[in-house]
Ligand binder design. Structure first.
Ligand SMILES: Cc1cc2nc3c(=O)[nH]c(=O)nc-3n(C[C@H](O)[C@H](O)[C@H](O)COP(=O)(O)O)c2cc1C
Length: 346
């Protein structure tokens, strides 16, 4: 590892375990950090209290560096009209699963990074923070950087990478189209702008001075080596960690990854309102992958959450967001430490 990336990550190995909201907590992060990689805690769906207790758990278990991950989307107003139209589309599913849409809440659980969260994490002076969907406003970003925290964010196009560098990011995660989970796109919502990792990494590496971290489709040490040859200084790996012992990936999610269904992933906005890659299931196939009627992020989860839980109670993953990248060849039921060390043998 060169000095720049070592200084950025503070870890022994140039391997970041991708933060994966909903499928992992501190246990996975600790295992990866202890193995010499940079373990990540996804905070995008946690309350402030949960964030603090998860950081305390990490700090009690390891003295190694760790990454906290937050979303920094713009939070729109709840739009009653948008939801009424979407609920008409979903009416047959609500009926068949015996859900009363009138009883659903008007708020969503994914809140963007804000000063209340900053107040709670400031005492920990976290070594590293990664953002998804851009960067927080300049004052909030300056506050975080004032703690000595290194800050990176995802870019899905060269334009986004240049914007992140110009606005203070210490490193850029080049998120290729293969990646599982939400596209980190923030300057455009046109999914035709999205390109694969092998095309994105060199484009960004040629144009920015900060270290580039490749993400998307990397599942083994060969993938890590290829990313480095393309100009990356480190990698961020998500999907390959999904079957690890320390991940909380559900039984539905694990069995879909292990089946031949994992050969077919697609981008969909129906679960959250933003495009994200997951294994195709009944809801994605029947409702259209990118449905223009799906409520704005993060409000689409208001309808998606009860559909998911009711269907799962009946033993079906029809409405489960099975977030997963295109390359599942590295997914194995092993410890996260073992996987981290194997990835680093490039
Ligand atoms: C299940 C899952 C959940 C994810 N959740 C987040 C998240 O909370 N925050 C984030 O920045 N990225 C998230 N991502 C995207 C990853 O940061 C990363 O871009 C992606 O996993 C890399 O591609 P790969 O899955 O092919 O390794 C998620 C990815 C997956 C597979």
């Amino acid at each position: 590892m060169n000095n720049k990336i070592m200084a950025l990550l503070g870890a022994e190995l140039p391997i970041i375990q991708a933060p994966m909201a909903g499928v992992q907590g501190s246990e996975l992060a600790i295992a990866v950090s202890e193995a010499g990689g940079l373990g990540s805690l996804p905070c995008g769906m946690l309350s402030v209290g949960q964030i603090v207790s998860e950081i305390e758990a990490i700090r009690a278990a390891t003295t190694r560096p760790y990454n906290l991950n937050f979303f920094c989307h713009h939070m729109p107003e709840f739009d009653q009209h948008q939801h009424a139209k979407w609920r008409e589309v979903l009416a047959p599913y609500f009926d068949s699963l015996d859900i009363d849409p009138a009883a659903l809440p008007n708020n969503a659980s994914r809140l963007p990074f804000n000063h209340d969260i900053a107040d709670a994490i400031e005492p920990f002076r976290p070594p590293f923070i990664s953002f998804h969907f851009g960067l927080p406003d300049p004052l909030l970003l300056a506050r975080v950087k004032g703690w000595g925290t290194k800050v990176v964010s995802s870019a899905t196009t060269l334009k986004e990478a240049l914007w992140l560098e110009a606005n203070g990011a210490d490193g850029i995660i080049a998120q290729g189209l293969e990646a599982g989970g939400h596209r980190g796109m923030f300057l455009s919502d046109d999914i035709t702008t999205q390109i694969g990792t092998a095309s994105l990494v060199p484009q960004i590496a040629h144009h920015v001075d900060v270290p580039v971290i490749a993400a998307g489709g990397i599942g083994d040490s060969g993938g890590v080596k290829a990313a480095m040859l393309l100009g990356a200084a480190a990698v961020q790996v998500g999907t390959a960690y999904l079957l690890c012992d320390e991940a909380n990936t559900s039984v539905f999610h694990r069995s879909a990854i292990l089946s031949d269904r994992a050969e077919h992933t697609a981008l969909t906005n129906i679960f959250s309102g933003r495009p994200a890659r997951g294994i195709v299931n009944r809801a994605m196939a029947e409702l259209d992958y990118m449905n223009p009627l799906a409520p704005t992020f993060p409000y689409a989860s208001i309808e998606a959450a009860p559909l998911r839980s009711h269907a799962e109670q009946q033993g079906r993953d029809d409405f489960s967001p099975l977030w997963c990248g295109q390359n599942t060849s590295g997914c194995k039921a092993i410890s996260a430490g073992e996987l981290t060390k194997a990835l680093a043998k490039y």
